[in-house]
Design a binder for this molecule. Structure first.
Ligand SMILES: *[C@@H]1O[C@H](CO)[C@@H](O)[C@H](O)[C@H]1NC(C)=O
Ligand SMILES: *[C@@H]1O[C@H](CO)[C@@H](O)[C@H](O)[C@H]1NC(C)=O
Ligand SMILES: *[C@@H]1O[C@H](CO)[C@@H](O)[C@H](O)[C@H]1NC(C)=O
Ligand SMILES: *[C@@H]1O[C@H](CO)[C@@H](O)[C@H](O)[C@H]1NC(C)=O
Ligand SMILES: *[C@@H]1O[C@H](CO)[C@@H](O)[C@H](O)[C@H]1NC(C)=O
Length: 403
């Protein structure tokens, strides 16, 4: 009786002491890490001494430094080697005769696209804002397009106007964040549209800060190192046409008020544009595609606010020189790329890529759409989006720019 009671008290006190230790230790990690970050250079690795009862204060920061050093190897622009996980993954299943050629060409495509990214990032004659900074220097709010799925180890950088609804649907299915009658929703197309774009459905990097505090950056880097990262891109000019059609040719109150009214006032001699989108449509008042390009080229636009995500450059949304993407999909080959990617992520048995029946903007329309835009403006617009053309292997649209 007496001993068992003593024992219980001992256990309780012991636990309390452990909890106290954890609390102190937790705070220590962040603080000492700040001090140690600069002066301590790890030097040649020495084998760790065997675990001791209270080494926390000295051991942990160097542990974090190790992670930093390790992860930085892969994140610093220009120093990266291609991750070998992907070819390894691709290699599996290639023994099967059928489909072998196709898989082989998929693989070559991906190798080419990844190599191009590395070359352009390392090429000093291609310059754009933020290119030289390190991952640590990217502000949190600029990481809001990276969706993380811990269950499968996937990171998706979504680019609006590039099949992003469909990929967001797939990320919701994979993360099982939506329940339907007690079971996770498995059908991407059954997810209501407003939920797909509701940011509360997606765990993005910029939310790490809230959840993990001081550890957020370390954790991001570990995940960036370990997870398979992908994005989808398309011809930058075609993306602009698509954005214009989707946001200004259709009734969209929000975009009308935030952007169309501004364009009408500034470039269409309409000091008092119609108050609502319905009125504007009834009167046939819309900003033209040419007004839209004027808006993009106007220095005042970015002084007011950064580009809206529907027309913000991919290099600003996804940081391809700081994050080494394993897979770069092209919308122009969306179906093949999707099939390939789902196999690569080993989820092709879990989910199918919803095939799109929508009326996609075609590259062949470019000439028509840009017909009303002055050639000088087209060239400036190319300059504005040139990094995206270069990074993702889209040719300079000579026929539009040389008239
Ligand atoms: C090869 O793949 C096809 C379809 O992908 C399948 O029908 C066939 O059984 C496979 N053959 C072998 C030897 O695995
Ligand atoms: C870097 O880019 C320039 C043009 O912008 C190109 O002429 C040159 O070949 C590129 N260098 C490499 C090493 O790819
Ligand atoms: C980036 O660094 C290179 C040299 O490392 C330099 O030539 C270039 O001007 C820098 N670009 C920017 C935008 O700072
Ligand atoms: C997003 O979803 C949350 C909860 O699921 C809801 O409270 C919120 O109103 C939604 N936001 C929008 C813009 O629909
Ligand atoms: C697609 O859109 C274009 C132009 O907006 C229109 O001319 C064409 O008829 C549409 N096609 C379909 C199948 O809706």
């Amino acid at each position: 009786m007496g001993t068992s009671r003593m024992f219980r008290i001992f256990v309780v006190l012991g636990s309390a002491f452990m909890i106290l230790l954890i609390i102190i230790y937790w705070d220590d990690v962040g603080a000492s890490h700040l001090y140690l970050h600069a002066p301590v250079s790890p030097g040649p690795r020495v084998p760790r001494p065997p675990p001791q009862p209270k080494p926390h204060a000295t051991r942990t920061p160097s542990f974090l430094n190790d992670i930093d050093a390790f992860v930085n190897q892969f994140l610093e622009p220009g120093t990266g080697e291609p991750t070998d996980t992907v070819p390894a993954l691709l290699g599996s299943g290639m023994e099967n005769g059928t489909g072998r050629r196709r898989r082989f060409s998929d693989r070559n495509n991906q190798e080419k696209r990844r190599r191009l990214l590395q070359e352009v990032c390392a090429n000093d004659s291609v310059a754009f804002p933020g290119k030289n900074r390190s991952f640590d220097d990217i502000p949190n709010k600029e990481l809001d397009h990276l969706i993380v799925d811990d269950r499968h180890g996937i990171i998706y950088c979504y680019v609006p106007k590039v099949a992003c609804s469909n990929w967001k649907r797939i990320m919701i299915v994979l993360s099982e964040s939506l329940q339907q009658e007690g079971a996770p929703q498995r059908d991407p197309l059954a997810i209501p549209r407003d939920l797909v774009h509701n940011s509360s459905m997606h765990f993005t990097f910029n939310k790490f800060w809230k959840r993990y505090g001081k550890f957020a950056r370390h954790l991001m880097k570990v995940k960036l190192k370990k997870y398979t990262k992908f994005l989808f891109v398309r011809d930058p000019f075609v993306r602009l046409i698509s954005a214009y059609r989707n946001k200004f040719e259709m009734r969209n109150e929000d975009f009308y008020r935030r952007f169309a009214q501004v364009m009408l006032r500034r470039y269409a001699n309409q000091p008092t544009p119609p108050a609502s989108v319905d009125e504007a449509f009834a009167l046939g008042v819309q900003p033209s595609f040419s007004h839209f390009t004027q808006y993009l080229l106007d220095p005042q636009t970015e002084r007011d606010a950064p580009f809206n995500e529907h027309w913000r450059q991919v290099y600003r949304l996804c940081h391809p020189c700081q994050i080494q993407y394993d897979f770069v999909g092209h919308l122009e080959t969306a179906e093949e790329d999707a099939e390939h990617l789902l196999r690569l992520l080993r989820v092709d048995n879990v989910v199918d890529f919803p095939s799109s029946q929508r009326n996609l903007t075609e590259s062949s329309w470019e000439t028509d759409w840009f017909g009303a835009v002055a050639v000088e403006a087209r060239r400036q617009l190319y300059k504005l989006y040139e990094p995206d053309f270069r990074l993702f292997g889209y040719d300079r649209p000579e026929s539009i720019l040389n008239e």
